[in-house]
Design a protein around this ligand. Structure first.
Ligand SMILES: [Zn+2]
Length: 956
């Protein structure tokens, strides 16, 4: 397989078979998969998404569509620059990693070092991997139109994005102002999902805490304790600090606030107060044993707790052990180990008196909610990881069904969300709390910098909250867009509702300058939203050598939006009218994007922005039509990661496995919505299947293809016809796994059965269907099918042929049912022989008479049993056999089947007669076929048990 793959890739390229042209009147299909980010080699996880994209493209081509499947490369943002800088600084880890990346492609040691040296230039790094990714894609047989490739650092692309952003600014959806962002402490700039390690699989969210001031008794200092649930202040029992942690006293708007040292750094990024400064430092241990006063006037003791993370929010919390599992466990632990309190001089009896106070009622939970859940999970330590899950469970249940049962009339009877909001507003407006932002998890940028939440004063952002814009995008998602698998539609709808302002530019990175403030660079999630439009014209820009400075907004306004005229644009830019119109035609023909395929983690960012930017800039008829998604890839049950060393680079695939084996495995191992677990054992099985397939095909090479018109031939043809139509339906619904099942395994199985029926003549059937079969398999295993087609005498590319016509294969459902039932009959005899446990030599198959079918037919017409008996008795002379009529109906009732009504008794008998040889071969018995009446006449026992399609079997 490996040896023929390169040959076909060359042939396709030479013939330009994947370079479509505008063909007015012909149905087009514009399919895209996101351009890869080229800061390193891709792996099989990426390979799954791109392979599925290619399979769809190839299928659409076969079903008559003029398919455009382009590809480009994304280099925008800071990650590539960061790597270049680390290489320039001779960072050992980075040098090692990139040395190994380069060695995937280059063997010569000196050459590797030379290339590594060149990576000090970020553009060299990006284009090196872009080239390699292209080679990897070609080696996998992707049917991409490479004439249209570009990278996002090219001036022609910058011109396009410049146009896009001027448009957005005119629409008044871009603004500048105070903005909450994820911010890198190392690089001192906002950094988004694209820059944060693992953010695609483990999203980073900004959480809004309420940081409440607790006055330290006998001082002017307030402890700032943060919570996501300020309503629980009503049930606070004590404070927790981490005795080991470092705390700072911060002067803030004339007050002294005590927070962890880590939190101080975050505060300075969230509150720009010129005179905010640290006026003192202390260890947590120094606070333990002291008392604070809550904003509600209550006195609380400060106690030690190791679960308190100085690196999370303010590093101080108050305890509400009735509803917070962490607090509950910490309190229980403290009571069990009173010695912990000794160094602080706290009397253990004081701690004994601290007990949870129930303030929230949840239906079905009579005890303290935290206690119930902690006990359910069997948690005994405040460092138990299960506490996260327990906390989520309590919070979720209380959020939806909790009610406050406190005396305070302001809060009594409120739902948890109502009470939360009310308490927050009350505390903040009274100056007793402030907002503190924190991430849902610890996060670092790809360059190793710690990520925190910061408020930026003058940040450029896109306002996805703009009402008219949201309305338009909602219309697209709810009314127009098809999402496959459809269960993800809800995720799109959710993101649409919560997405608000998003930073769109940074002061650093590769990419396109913000047109009106060129010290800003448009960041990577913001410059990759409508680039599919650029694919439609980029090859024309290259063909006519149009320089970037001629790619003016007027040109794009005309090409993409039909504003102005070709003549005006031509006068202004100097580009000939003919060329301007060609570009306009290309766009008009290819757009909108019919189908975008990608991975599920892109829903909440990239795909959402893709939809938004389209509804902002383009008219409705140019909006995206289908989005499909696939899950990720793991390997032998484990997540792939660099640290585990279990990542398989795409580069190795074609060399180690062959492209077609990979493609087949990817397509067949999991449905789109399931995680694909890459298992070597299963790959071997797939390979075996492909060998058998190839052998069958090769054996059929010198036989004449024909399908006889006997029962078996008609059965085969009708089955194959069904396979053709089922396969098409599967792929149209993107049930690609079913598609492989149908086109490969079902056909293999059908041929095996046919071989059982007719012996080696089955090869004639293989030959008869070979072309159609190869065509159906071509989207999945394009190289092998092209090669076999050539070996079997085909002279044209399969990749550009037409989907098989099912009407070449006559439909004959009756033959299908009757021949299928032969195989189940053989199974029945086998079971009988097993039970008998004695040697047998002869079997009689007894066929039910036509009146039994008629009885069932009348029954299906809802005739009463009396009427049925009346009608049949005289017609078939069944006087005295009324009970038999009743029995036939009863047996049918136990196991009803429509197939009975699609067959006649006469044909049933004929097919059995015709198949005596087959039945004898399969059962090893002498076979006789009798009508029920004949068998009864011969006194064969239980002959009357014959049912339509279920002959009575007598073994002797
Ligand atoms: Zn950073």
């Amino acid at each position: 397989m490996r040896s023929v793959e390169g040959k076909w890739q060359r042939k396709w390229k030479e013939a330009g078979v994947f370079e479509p042209k505008v063909e007015e009147g012909r149905v087009k299909y514009f399919l895209t998969v996101p351009y890869p980010y080229t800061n390193g080699p891709l792996h099989i996880g990426h390979g799954r998404t791109y392979t599925i994209g290619d399979i769809i493209a190839r299928f659409k081509r076969l079903t008559g569509h003029n398919v455009l499947f382009p590809m480009a490369f994304h280099i925008t943002g800071t990650p590539i620059i960061a790597i270049s800088e680390r290489i320039a600084k001779k960072d050992a880890k980075t040098l090692d990693m990139y040395r190994s990346y380069i060695s995937y492609y280059v063997e010569d040691r000196e050459k590797i070092e030379e290339i590594l040296e060149s990576f000090k230039d970020p553009l060299r790094l990006a284009t090196f991997f872009a080239e390699k990714v292209q080679a990897d894609f070609e080696a996998l047989g992707y049917s991409i139109d490479w004439r249209r490739k570009f990278h996002t650092g090219e001036p022609i692309y910058n011109a396009f994005v410049t146009w896009q952003y001027e448009r957005l600014r005119q629409l008044d959806v871009v603004g500048k102002g105070e903005h909450i962002v994820t911010y890198c402490l190392l690089h001192k700039q906002p950094e988004g999902e694209d820059d944060i390690q693992d953010a695609d699989v483990n999203p980073v969210e900004v959480l809004e805490y309420t940081a409440i001031k607790f006055k330290l008794e006998g001082s002017d200092i307030s402890l700032l304790a943060s919570t996501l649930r300020p309503e629980t202040l009503l049930g606070a029992t004590n404070m927790w600090v981490n005795p080991e942690a470092d705390y700072a006293i911060v002067e803030f708007k004339g007050e002294k606030l005590l927070v962890s040292k880590k939190a101080w750094v975050k505060l300075t990024h969230q509150y720009v107060e010129p005179d905010m400064r640290v006026v003192g430092e202390l260890k947590g241990a120094e606070l333990v044993g002291k008392t604070v006063e809550t904003p509600l006037g209550q006195k609380l003791l400060i106690l030690p707790a190791s679960f308190v993370d100085p690196d999370n929010a303010t590093g101080i919390v108050y305890s509400e052990p009735s509803d917070a599992p962490y607090d509950y466990v910490a309190l229980v632990e403290l009571k069990a180990n009173p010695r912990v309190l000794e160094p602080y001089g706290i009397n253990p009896r004081v701690v004994e008196t601290i007990n949870p106070v129930k303030i929230i009622d949840v239906p079905g939970v009579s005890d303290h909610h935290a206690k119930v859940v902690v006990e359910k999970y069997g948690i005994t330590s405040q460092l138990d990881e299960k506490l996260e899950e327990a906390t989520r469970e309590v919070y979720k249940q209380q959020f939806y069904s909790g009610k406050l049962i406190v005396d305070d009339p302001d809060f009594k009877g409120l739902s948890v969300p109502e009470a939360r909001e009310k308490m927050k507003v009350k505390l903040i407006s009274e100056g007793k709390a402030l907002v503190f932002y924190e991430l849902n998890r610890k996060a670092f940028c790809r360059g190793g910098g710690e990520i925190i939440v910061a408020k930026i004063k003058d940040q450029w952002f896109i306002d996805y909250g703009t009402p008219w814009w949201k309305d338009r995008t909602r219309k697209l998602i709810n009314e127009k867009l098809e999402i496959i698998p459809s269960k993800y539609k809800k995720a799109f709808q959710d993101v649409l509702e919560w997405v608000e302002k998003r930073p769109c530019a940074r002061k650093r990175g590769l990419g396109t300058k913000l047109p009106w403030e060129p010290e800003w660079i448009i960041e990577s999630l913001s410059d990759s939203t409508i680039y599919m439009a650029f694919y439609t014209i980029v090859h024309k820009i290259r063909e006519y050598n149009i320089p970037p400075e001629k790619l003016t907004p007027e040109l794009f306004n005309y090409v993409f939006l039909g504003e102005g005229s070709a003549v005006e644009v031509s006068e202004k830019t100097g580009i000939p009218v003919k060329v301007v119109d060609e570009m306009r035609n290309e766009f008009n023909y290819w757009y909108p994007v019919d189908h975008r395929h990608t991975g599920i983690p892109h829903i909440s960012n990239h795909l959402t922005f893709y939809l938004f930017h389209h509804t902002a800039i383009f008219p409705e008829d140019k909006w995206p039509r289908i989005i499909s998604l696939n899950e990720t890839v793991i390997r032998e049950g484990a997540k792939m990661s660099k640290s585990k060393g279990n990542v398989i680079p795409l580069r190795d695939i074609a060399k180690i496995y062959s492209a077609d084996l990979f493609r087949f495995y990817i397509a067949s191992a999991a449905s789109l919505e399931s995680v694909l677990d890459w298992r070597e054992k299963e790959i071997e099985l797939v390979l075996d299947g492909l060998y058998r397939f190839t052998n069958i095909m090769m054996q059929s090479r010198n036989v004449n293809g024909e399908l006889p018109s006997d029962y078996y031939g008609r059965w085969f043809a009708s089955k194959f016809r069904r396979i053709i139509s089922d396969a098409k339906k599967s792929m149209e619904a993107l049930e690609i796994r079913d598609y492989v099942q149908t086109t490969f395994y079902q056909v293999m199985n059908l041929l095996e059965q046919y071989r059982d029926l007719v012996g080696e003549d089955y090869l004639k059937a293989v030959k008869y269907v070979s072309k159609d079969w190869l065509i159906m398999l071509n989207p999945v295993i394009p190289h092998l099918t092209e090669e076999l087609n050539e070996l079997l005498g085909g002279s044209e590319f399969l990749s550009t042929s037409e989907w098989p016509r099912s009407d070449k294969y006559p439909e004959d459902e009756e033959s299908e049912i009757l021949v299928d039932s032969l195989f189940s009959l053989v199974e029945d005899v086998r079971k009988i022989l097993e039970v008998l446990k004695k040697p047998a030599s002869r079997a009689v198959f007894i066929v039910a008479p036509e009146w039994k079918r008629e009885a069932l037919r009348l029954y299906r017409e809802k005739k009463g049993i009396k009427t049925i008996i009346e009608e049949l008795k005289s017609k078939y002379n069944l006087r005295g056999r009324e009970l038999e009529i009743v029995e036939v109906v009863q047996m049918f009732n136990k196991n009803p089947s429509e197939e009975v009504f699609k067959t006649s008794s006469k044909k049933e008998y004929e097919v059995l007669e015709y198949s005596v040889k087959f039945l004898e071969k399969k059962t090893g018995l002498k076979i006789e076929i009798l009508w029920e009446d004949e068998a009864r006449a011969r006194g064969i026992p239980r002959s009357e048990k014959a049912q339509p399609l279920k002959p009575a079997i007598y073994v002797d």
